[in-house]
Ligand binder design. Structure first.
Ligand code: GUN
Ligand code: ZN
Length: 429
């Protein structure tokens, strides 16, 4: 069965090019892949009798990609910590402790993924809790939806409550078991997931480096240089390291496959090493302002002589919104405070093809290109009264995209498709 999705088709290429067909269409083949994209008046003859989903002037865009989010924090947004470490110990670890129970995690995984889809997010690089059962539950729920989901069991063997701690050997063994069960099953991928240097011993970080080397195609995700007290604690825990980045470097954790959330307070030397190793820093703007962590500067990280790859993520539940639109809006504001004014097109590119590249899945998602899976968000730039009146003033595509990042959220998501299946549709008002 083929499907034609009609609307204002927009997609971003990594070289900065923008595809914009104001009256466009995407043809989806029976295997969930994009067969053709172009003007609606030129749909190939063989698709003339296909099922049609017509969205009028709404935007038909690649599904949004969240490069950093925590599944077991899905219901703890707006927990007011004094800073990161206070927030982790007071709210986060007790909440994550619940995910030792597979039945509990399985129910929550359905809610979590449906919530991502309701916000137009079709792919995420996600933290689970320390419990293997949590990752098993999330992988299973994502597989049923045919999502390109990347996750892993969090490894953390110190400086937390016992209910969310493992030990180096168990953490490594369970990570390997999960990789064998789920990596490359359908569209799923595994990420080795040491939480951060504060909660992993040297032995656990060493084993994480070995896992990254031995598990073919796996990513590694962790946190880096987020808050002042965290950085001071890392200095005490690793007195021989040059700095925070050097801790991960010493254990072989920096590579093209490494995604490090935050990176707010990185020194010149650290930026140099992150650039040399091809690592990615994932900017999580709503979390950084909410927890008072600081203002990450994209211009600092992207200096021409040592550019660092940058991804974008919500960091729910430190982040305050599941919406990548809202996250891009906050990214804009944080960068403005640092003296840099990104365009909306640049930010949408980061949240689609950019994040797909950072997650090494650009061959299958991130843009509306023939041969990729039809992972699609349909976005309504007139979804609310405020957006509608703002839309009356929009004179360009950039205007429309910009109004969506500042004023948009899940209310603007009209529908979401994963591999050509419509898994979310906004209820009529
Ligand atoms: N650093 C270590 N764990 C976490 C977490 O769960 N959230 C955030 N924002 N930072 C962290
Ligand atoms: Zn995080």
């Amino acid at each position: 069965m083929t499907l034609v999705i009609r609307g204002q088709v927009i997609s971003f290429a990594s070289d900065g090019a923008v595809l914009h067909e104001p009256k466009g269409a995407v043809l989806v083949g029976g295997n969930g892949h994009i067969e053709w994209v172009g003007p609606a008046n030129a749909i190939p003859a063989h698709a003339m009798s296909a099922t049609m989903h017509d969205y009028g002037d709404k935007l038909v865009m690649p599904g949004l990609i969240d490069a950093h989010i925590h599944f077991p924090q899905y219901r703890m947004l707006a927990a007011p910590g004094r800073d990161l470490l206070d927030w982790l110990s007071r709210f986060t670890f007790p909440e994550e402790a619940r995910y030792s129970d597979h039945a509990y995690a399985a129910v929550k995984a359905e809610i979590f993924l449906d919530r991502l889809l309701a916000h137009g997010t079709t792919t995420a690089l996600t933290f689970c809790s320390v419990h293997k059962a949590c990752a098993d539950a999330l992988f299973a729920a994502a597989e049923r939806r045919n999502m390109a989901l990347i996750t892993g069991k969090t490894m953390m063997d110190r400086n937390a409550i016992p209910a969310v701690q493992d030990d180096p050997e168990t953490g490594a063994r369970e990570s390997e078991e999960l990789y064998k069960s789920w990596h490359s099953k359908g569209r799923l991928r595994y990420a080795v997931t040491p939480r951060f240097a504060v909660t992993s011993s040297e032995e656990q970080l060493r084993l994480s480096g070995e896992l990254l080397k031995s598990l073919d195609g796996a990513l590694i995700q962790t946190h880096i240089s987020e808050s002042a007290r965290e950085i001071a604690m890392v200095k005490t825990l690793f007195p021989n390291a040059k700095d925070y980045t050097d801790v991960y470097d010493q254990f072989g954790l920096l590579s093209e496959r490494s995604l490090l959330a935050h990176g707010i307070h990185l020194s010149e030397r650290e930026c140099q090493r992150l650039s040399e190793t091809g690592s990615t820093v994932v900017h999580c703007a709503t979390s950084n302002t909410f927890l008072g962590s600081g203002l990450m500067s994209m211009t600092h990280l992207q200096k021409a002589e040592r550019p660092i790859h940058i991804g974008v993520g919500t960091d729910v539940g430190g982040g305050t919104s599941y919406s990548m639109l809202a996250t891009l809006g906050e990214t804009y504001k944080v960068q403005m405070l640092g003296g840099y004014k990104p365009t909306a097109a640049e930010l949408f590119r980061m949240a689609t093809i950019g994040n797909a590249q950072r997650l090494h899945i650009e061959d299958e998602t991130g843009s509306l290109s023939v041969g990729k899976f039809a992972d699609i968000a349909v976005i309504d730039p007139e979804a609310t009264p405020v957006l509608k009146s703002r839309h009356e003033l929009s004179q360009s595509l950039e205007d429309i995209l910009f109004s969506l990042i500042i004023l948009g959220d899940d209310r603007a998501i009209a529908a979401t498709y994963v591999a050509g299946n419509r898994l979310h549709q906004k209820e009529a008002a």
